[in-house]
Write a protein that binds this ligand. Structure first.
Ligand code: SF4
Length: 436
């Protein structure tokens, strides 16, 4: 008689929890994305004469160009044609540099040669955008080029060092928009702009998971080699660490898999591993800040004389500090939904990898966090990191998985996001005029 295969107790519940948590997370991201896309369309900013005059002072008026939909003829006072003005948005809104699209103004002269490229608005990370804006050579590299020439794939461009993905995204957006002018279609080959480092990041994401399975057979040395490599690549070469600012920008603009496949795969593995296995490979073996805190713990063990404190969650102070990452995560979520001008990079320490251009607040948080880990194990992870809180949201171990208060907060947030999406106009009119 065939033996009945017994399923482990609670496995249905664990599977249900995994599906539920994945659905809530996807629902939140999808809700924010659809709400902000609708908002972007509603608050779209067409080209104005005032804006064009900043670059072409002789402009007297703008008229729609019947031969080129979406572009404007720039006319002088005597109605002589000075050139044309066009913008990359909304056509190229799916060209995402590092974290978001950029709307660029293009002014062509009477012979359809580029006269001006200027940034109008960008959803990319503010630090990278500031670097690109400050680089005059970047903006002038195509000046005098004919539209046809720019559309050609063979025309190379120089990216801004330290903001290469953002600057490449801007020029690819321009290329795409000019293709529509030149040939009547925008099929320029968005193409893929993966670099060798994207492949390295994908490899790190895969190897991290495999190492966890083979941990017992390979021994601890393999894990330390992997950690050293992760630290070297993420902290010292690419700077591609997962952070709230990145997740916020993706929720707003979509996943930039064409431009930064490596980071997208790394983020997917950071969310899927804890969801499926209950272990966070990213937090334990990939995140440079986590590795630095672990190293501080080793220093403590070596020195021996440094006092070690355990802030237990049950203690009043431990409970209060333990709530901080969740509070920062909710604050960031609300800021993204309401499009508040809060730079999420200022809420955590990860911008430290942009050294020497890192902002002071991130450097301060990183230094204090790692130093505190000498005394309290993984101090920054436990009491300061909202990105860790986001990853923890989906962690579902094989055993002992149950609904936690975090699930309740995430579900409430999901309801809030979709309600806000539906009722945003009503809410704004209330805020303007009051509900009476
Ligand atoms: S909790 Fe935050 S700082 Fe700690 S390892 Fe995870 S992502 Fe890095």
């Amino acid at each position: 008689m065939a033996r009945r295969v017994r399923r482990p107790r609670g496995s249905t519940r664990v599977l249900g929890l995994r599906v539920y948590r994945a659905a809530v997370l996807i629902g939140i991201f999808a809700g924010i994305y659809s709400m902000l896309q609708a908002e972007r369309t509603r608050t779209d900013r067409p080209i104005t004469l005032r804006e064009v005059r900043q670059h072409a002072p002789a402009a007297s008026r703008l008229t729609r160009d019947a031969r080129h939909p979406g572009s404007w003829q720039i006319l002088a006072e005597d109605d002589a044609l000075l050139g044309r003005a066009l913008r990359t948005s909304p056509l190229a809104d799916d060209v995402i540099g590092y974290a978001g699209p950029t709307d660029t103004l293009v002014i062509l002269d009477g012979q359809d040669r580029i006269e001006i490229l200027a940034l109008r608005r960008s959803e990319d990370t503010p630090g990278h955008v500031a670097d690109v804006v400050a680089d005059a050579a970047f903006w002038s590299q195509w000046t005098g080029r004919a539209v046809d020439e720019v559309v050609e794939e063979s025309l190379r461009f120089d990216a801004v060092s330290g903001a290469s993905k953002t600057s490449r995204g801007i020029l690819r957006g321009v290329q795409r928009r000019l293709a529509l002018e030149a040939r009547g279609d925008d099929d320029v080959s968005q193409g893929l702009s993966w670099t060798a480092w994207d492949i390295v990041l994908v490899a790190l994401a895969i190897v991290g998971g495999v190492l966890r399975w083979l941990e017992r057979r390979l021994g601890r040395w393999a894990r330390w080699v992997y950690r050293a490599l992760s630290f070297l690549v993420l902290a010292m070469i690419t700077g591609d660490v997962l952070a709230l600012s990145l997740f916020g920008a993706w929720a707003e603009n979509g996943l930039p898999w064409r431009e930064t496949l490596g980071v997208v795969v790394l983020a997917a593995s950071a969310l899927l591993w804890p969801l499926w296995t209950g272990r966070s490979v990213y937090c334990s073996d990939v995140c440079p800040l986590g590795i630095a805190q672990d190293a501080a713990g080793h220093v403590h063990r070596r020195l021996g004389w440094i006092p070690r404190w355990q802030l237990r969650p049950e203690s009043g102070l431990g409970w209060m500090l333990g709530m901080l990452p969740g509070f920062l995560l909710v604050t960031a979520g609300i800021a993204v939904c309401l499009a508040l001008s809060l730079d999420l990079a200022n809420l955590e320490a990860f911008d430290v990898v942009a050294w020497p251009n890192a902002r002071a607040i991130a450097v301060g948080l990183a230094v204090v966090g790692v130093a505190a880990s000498l005394f309290v194990p993984k101090a920054y992870c436990r009491f300061g990191c909202p990105t860790g809180s986001l990853l923890e949201l989906v962690r579902t171990p094989h055993r002992g998985a149950r609904l936690r208060w975090r699930d309740g907060v995430a579900t409430l947030f999901l309801i809030l996001v979709w309600t806000l999406g539906e009722q945003r106009a009503l809410l704004e009119s209330w805020l303007r005029e009051g509900p009476w």
